[in-house]
Each structure stands twice: as structure tokens, then as C-alpha cells.
Design a protein around this ligand. Structure first.
Ligand SMILES: Cc1cc2nc3c(=O)[nH]c(=O)nc-3n(C[C@H](O)[C@H](O)[C@H](O)COP(=O)(O)O)c2cc1C
Length: 307
């Protein structure tokens, strides 16, 4: 479904080439100072237009339609939306009948019987993450002093991100990447085992972002190759501070007071300029598709602020 959360509940709506995309935030405490200018820096980090990202550039002006009065939240649901202006739906006519391999086109066609809005990926588009970033701006004000940082750490398996992206783009191809996210000053004891362990809830949210194919907390998969004597984080004082952080700040599904750390695997963008095999849904016969439209060569470049 399109809603997530209990205390701070977000509902996401819109389509890539519809009139708007946005988010409804319920449970936001009253009295938080907020204005359109608070969103600018994070929305700018998410934007396309830079090397390796789509040339679609939206103004991304947040419209705060309810839940704010005299520059402060009122405690009522907060509705934030963005207009879609830089739209070129004609680029997607071919994928209406020829599903792009790796994208949601085919699965959505089967699920919605052809009634889905396929323009620009419709409701499956990365464009929807503008709303996620907007909710994050609000959430970050509430969780202070907790601070969140995230950055792309590799691309196509290489730390030379620029080179990996430009090599892929030059060959009309795309490339995946790894993004690391760290939360500082997280109090110990957050999380509700079993089913609302911190890993479960964060995993649920993170996998909602289109294009994410894996998550690891702390050492993650590397931990499976190590021994307990190496993996266990020695506890240094009564605050729970540990010498190392192989566990990523989590034990038993609870925060342990150290930095919360996770990494995500971001797939290569499905839409590429090269010919790929698909079928023609009209005839049921094999066909090929190559995108002449706009797309991100590397989705991971835009992911940090969304995480
Ligand atoms: C910020 C962002 C930008 C994206 N840009 C594109 C794009 O330009 N072209 C594309 O085919 N997919 C893009 N995607 C990925 C698709 O939305 C995603 O691959 C698709 O919905 C299929 O879902 P899946 O990869 O999770 O299986 C983007 C995703 C995000 C988060």
C-alpha cells in the first residue's frame, strides 16, 4: 500500500507525468517551524540535471497545503505536493506496448490489466521520491539531535564513481552503486522485537524506494565470513559505547547507542539506450526496445538524500 508508519505516518501519491506528486504526513507534532525554504537544500540534492542523472529538471517547489499556519505545524495532517512540469510523455509511447526489461512495466500491466499510468514509469517512478525527501525534511526536525548522513561509496564496484558513471553513460548503458547511511546520537533501546525490530522497519522502508535491491547493517554479509571474536563489539563504558561497530549500532533488533549504520545496493537503471529484448504486448511476439528518452545513468547518485 502507499502508507507507512504509526506515529509519523506518510502516504505517498502521484505519477511521474500526472499533474502532481506529493506526500501526506500524519502525526507531525504541532509547533515545528517550517516553510518552503527549509526543503530547498535536500530537494536540490535529489534533483536531476547533473552528469549521470536524468536531464529532466523539475523546479520542485514544495506546496504546503495543510497542517501549517503562521510558519508552524498545527498538528493536523501536513500535505505537501510538487507540480510536474518538465514532462515528455511521448518518450514513453513505445513502452506502453513494449515493456522495458527490468522496469515495472510488465508486472504492472499484469497487475492492473493495462489501466496503470505508464508515462515516465507512472507511480513506479523515482519522481515519487520527491515526497519522501519532503517528509524527511520534516522528520529530521523532529528527531534532533539525531543527525543523518548518507553518501554514495561505490559505483559499478569501483570507488571512482565519476569514471564508472561516465563509462556506462558513454556506452548508452547504466550502472549500479552502493550508498551508505549513518545516524549519529541515536538513543539506545529503540525498536520493538520481534516484528518491529529496527532492521525490519528500516528494511521495509528502504525497500519501498524503487531500485533498491539489498541492505546490510554494519558488516552485513561480510560478518558471515568472520568469527565471533572478531565480530563482537567490545563494550567500553556504561553508555554502551563500543570499540568497533561491526553490528551497525544494533543488537537484538534494538539500537545500542552507537552509530546506526547501513548500506544499500542500488541496481543499474532499467531504462538504457541500448537495444534490449522484450515482447510486444499487442502481438505477443518477441521484439526489442531501446530508450531514446531521458533517464538516470546511475540512480545511486540521487539516492543518498532519499535514504
Ligand atoms: C531517484 C530515482 C530515479 C530513478 N530514475 C530512473 C530512470 O531514469 N529510469 C528508469 O528506468 N528507472 C529509474 N528509477 C528506477 C525505477 O523507478 C525502478 O527501477 C522501477 O520502478 C522498477 O523497480 P525495481 O528496480 O525496484 O524493481 C529511478 C529510481 C529512483 C529512486
Amino acid at each position: 500500500m502507499n502508507s507507512f508508519g504509526r506515529l509519523f505516518r506518510v502516504s505517498l501519491f502521484g505519477e511521474s507525468h500526472g499533474p502532481i506528486v506529493g506526500i501526506l504526513v500524519d502525526g507531525c507534532p504541532a509547533g515545528i517551524e517550517i516553510g518552503a525554504e527549509d526543503f530547498a537544500a535536500d530537494l536540490d540534492r535529489r534533483k536531476g540535471g547533473r552528469p549521470g542523472t536524468t536531464s529532466r529538471v523539475e523546479p520542485d517547489e514544495p506546496r504546503l497545503m495543510s497542517g501549517v499556519h503562521r510558519g508552524r505545524t498545527t498538528g493536523a495532517p501536513l500535505l505537501i505536493y510538487f507540480e510536474n512540469r518538465d514532462v515528455r510523455s511521448e518518450d514513453y509511447r513505445e513502452s506502453d506496448s513494449k515493456p522495458r526489461p527490468g522496469h515495472a512495466d510488465f508486472a504492472a500491466f499484469r497487475k492492473y490489466g493495462g489501466f496503470q499510468d505508464g508515462r515516465g514509469g507512472g507511480h513506479f517512478s523515482g519522481r515519487l521520491t520527491a515526497g519522501i525527501v519532503a517528509a524527511g525534511v520534516v522528520a529530521k526536525k523532529i528527531i534532533r539531535p539525531v543527525e543523518i548522513r548518507s553518501e554514495i561509496i561505490s559505483c559499478g564496484g569501483s570507488a571512482d564513481i565519476e569514471a564508472a558513471v561516465s563509462a556506462a553513460a558513454a556506452e548508452r548503458d547504466s550502472v549500479g552503486g552502493v550508498v551508505e547511511c549513518l545516524a549519529r546520537d541515536v538513543p539506545a533501546g529503540l525498536g520493538e522485537p520481534f516484528f518491529d525490530s529496527v532492521e525490519s522497519v528500516l528494511g521495509h522502508l528502504v525497500f519501498s524506494i524503487p531500485g533498491i535491491k539489498g541492505i546490510e547493517f554494519g558488516d552485513g554479509f561480510r560478518g558471515a565470513a568472520s568469527r565471533g571474536s572478531e565480530f563482537n563489539d567490545a563494550i567500553l563504558d556504561a553508555s554502551g559505547r563500543t570499540r568497533t561497530n561491526h553490528a551497525g549500532g544494533l543488537n537484538g533488533g534494538l539500537t545500542n547507542g552507537n552509530d546506526l549504520l547501513f548500506r544499500v545496493a542500488v541496481r543499474p537503471t532499467p531504462t538504457i539506450g541500448r537495444e534490449q529484448e522484450t515482447i510486444d504486448l499487442g502481438t505477443g511476439r518477441p521484439s526489442v526496445i531501446a530508450s531514446g528518452g531521458r533517464h538516470d545513468a546511475c540512480i545511486a547518485l540521487r539516492l543518498p538524500v532519499i535514504l
